[in-house]
Design a protein around this ligand. Structure first.
Ligand code: BGC
Length: 393
């Protein structure tokens, strides 16, 4: 390392070093590096979380920045088990639905905080065809296949690697889904990297490769309640979705194949609107979804990574903005939460006490010739990024 480089390195971590850092010898640089470790901008801490009945050890990783945001991720399902962000008074509080034990995560639950794959959302009747060969998936959401199958990627154990650098820290999770696992062809190697930045954004980078033609649609299934009061429904959260068009569904929540204009419908979120403002309207699509449970066609798809949606809770002042390069976003208003699953500190999660914003390709794309393709071929890299950015206003 030459003297200039050493000086630059010293300056980049100057906040932790005394202002009279002398870039004269290796000794000084070593001392500075040690000090830098003690004051990393975003830290990661690993702890044991539990053991599955099969004897697999599950770890939890806490990523914490200096702006009051912390996120806990467990290696079971790559689940975000906790996400704390400051409110307008600067108080950091929980904003995602979750449990406080591995046992509870291992029981049936609607994908709380989990990574979803190999195919997010529904595939009609659990069947699709690639190169003339029909594949059959488990029907776990009668009469369709949902979220990659009964085990999917949400009930498997991921391996984890930590990475730190600059103003962020990352946890890179890996899972290899075997050829024909859950009925999908091809050995699929998947990496999901969660990165916490010091601007209160959490990036989720999804990567995958296959050795046989397959379909892939990965997403994240956190349920947010920005008020942090999980006894309250999310109906007064104001949502925006940068979308002119909806993917309407049939009675089994499979897309009809059309893309319809949101103008003058309860699905128009181009201007901020409370979840509850029109959720009770007499509307065929709302009836089918039992509320909002639809995929929106995001605008500006040619721009790649861009603003997609936001949610704002006036009480706490918390604003969540979602950015993605995906063509769609599933906005799900927690319609199936029914007061049966336990909250962390007593009580149960009632109807609509959390909402999901799942960036993704449109549901049932493998059977819809006019939808953007979800096929992944050998030699291709599946790579997509979504970011959840928190602030107050
Ligand atoms: C789906 C819902 C489903 C929920 C939990 C969402 O992604 O759109 O229909 O009930 O996940 O299972």
């Amino acid at each position: 390392m030459n003297v200039l480089k050493r000086c630059i390195y010293g300056i980049s971590i100057i906040s932790i070093a005394s202002m009279n850092v002398q870039c004269k010898g290796d000794k000084k640089v070593e001392e500075t590096t040690t000090e830098a470790k003690a004051t990393e901008v975003v830290t990661i801490e690993k702890s044991a979380y539990g053991t599955t009945p099969k004897g697999e050890k599950i770890d939890s990783y806490k990523l914490k920045n200096q702006k009051g945001m912390e996120v806990d991720i467990i290696t079971y399902g790559g689940i975000i088990s906790s996400l704390k962000v400051p409110n307008k008074a600067g108080k950091s509080e929980e904003v995602v639905i979750g449990f406080n034990s591995l046992d509870q995560y291992m029981k049936a639950n609607p994908y709380f905080g989990a990574l979803i794959g190999r195919y997010g959302n529904r595939i009609a009747k659990g069947k699709f065809t690639l190169d003339g060969k029909q594949y059959s998936l488990a029907i776990n959401n009668d009469p369709n296949a949902l979220h990659g199958g009964p085990e999917g990627f949400h009930r498997v154990v991921w391996t984890a690697e930590e990475a730190k650098g600059g103003d962020s820290a990352s946890l890179k999770l890996k899972y290899v889904s075997k050829d024909m696992e859950e009925g999908y062809p091809g050995n699929l190697t998947v990496f999901v990297t969660y990165t916490l930045n010091n601007d209160n954004s959490l990036d989720v980078l999804y990567e995958a490769t296959t050795d046989k033609k397959t379909v892939v649609n990965l997403t994240q299934h956190s349920y947010f309640n920005l008020s942090s009061d999980f006894s309250k429904p999310i109906l007064d959260h104001e949502i925006t979705i940068d979308s002119d068009k909806l993917v309407p569904v049939d009675a089994t929540l499979i897309p009809t194949g059309e893309l319809t204009d949101v103008t003058n419908t309860p699905f128009d979120f181009r201007k901020a609107k409370a979840v509850g403002a029109a959720i009770g309207a007499k509307d065929d699509q709302l009836k089918k979804g039992l509320g909002y449970d639809h995929c929106w066609v995001l605008n500006n798809q040619d721009k790649g990574y861009r603003f997609a949606a936001s949610a704002y809770d006036a009480g706490s002042g918390r604003l969540l903005e979602v950015y993605t390069d995906q063509p769609g976003i599933q906005f799900y208003s927690g319609n199936f939460l029914d007061g049966t699953l336990p909250m962390r500190n007593g009580g149960t999660y009632a109807h609509r006490t959390g909402f999901c914003l799942e960036t993704q390709h449109y549901p049932d794309s493998p059977n819809q010739k006019d939808f953007p393709s979800t096929i992944l071929n050998p030699g291709e890299n599946y790579k997509t990024k979504t970011s959840f950015k928190f602030s107050v206003k």
